[in-house]
Design a protein around this ligand. Structure first.
Ligand code: AR6
Length: 183
């Protein structure tokens, strides 16, 4: 991992959950999760960054996946990235909160973890799915993400580390507060 951001070395470890402020494309983990759209053919935000860093083979692999429904995830190799796999999760667009947004977002996290287990990925890194272009309120999204991972870890010993990788200060601080208050 590398970053010249002032928060970069500030990591907080709560059991197997690691909070990092970094660029997810730099993460040396078994699998990184992408915040994709249902076509799985690339886009802006973290999706664009992952495709640029992985190289054009990633798009070729994604073309063979036939898209993915919201709340679910599909996996590809990671090509030029330091990670081994990319799990492409499709978060919900925020439409006010009465359209299953919360359960669909939680499902992105649990589906991605299940997919990672199928491919024997013991270390995984998540971005803050849906909190950029898709407009999900960041605090609510962070609570859902942390809750989903905690629920999963209660039942499951498979993962060595689960990284929450925040790109912006606001998300980093929200996650830090939630993780500290849950300790
Ligand atoms: N590393 C880690 N996090 C990042 C990075 C990075 N390199 N770049 C951005 N983020 P977004 P969404 C954070 O918009 O809201 C795309 O066009 C960013 O700060 O990437 O799920 C897709 O193709 C934010 O907190 O994803 C879809 O069409 C978080 O990643 C749509 O955007 C998610 O922001 C998905 O929207």
């Amino acid at each position: 991992m590398s970053s010249n951001l002032s928060f970069a070395e500030l990591k907080m470890k709560t059991d197997r959950i690691v909070l990092t402020r970094d660029d997810i494309t730099k993460m040396e983990v078994d699998a990184i999760v992408n915040a994709a759209n249902s076509r799985l053919l690339g886009g802006g935000g973290v999706d664009g960054a992952i495709h640029r860093a992985a190289g054009p083979e990633l798009l070729e692999a994604c073309k063979g996946l036939n898209g993915c429904p919201t709340g679910k995830a599909k996996i590809t190799k990671a090509y030029n990235l330091p990670a081994k796999f990319v799990i492409h999760a499709v978060g919900p667009v925020w439409r006010g909160g009465d359209n299953d947004e919360a359960s669909l977002l939680k499902s992105c996290y649990t589906t991605s973890l299940n997919k990672a287990m199928q491919y024997n990925c013991k270390t995984i890194a998540f971005p803050n799915i849906s909190t950029g272009i898709y407009g999900f309120p960041k605090h609510k999204a962070a609570e859902i993400a942390v809750g989903a991972i905690h629920d999963f870890l209660k039942e499951n010993d498979f993962f060595k580390t689960i990284n929450f990788v925040c790109f912006d200060n606001e998300n980093y601080k929200l996650y830090a507060d939630i993780l500290i208050s849950n300790e």
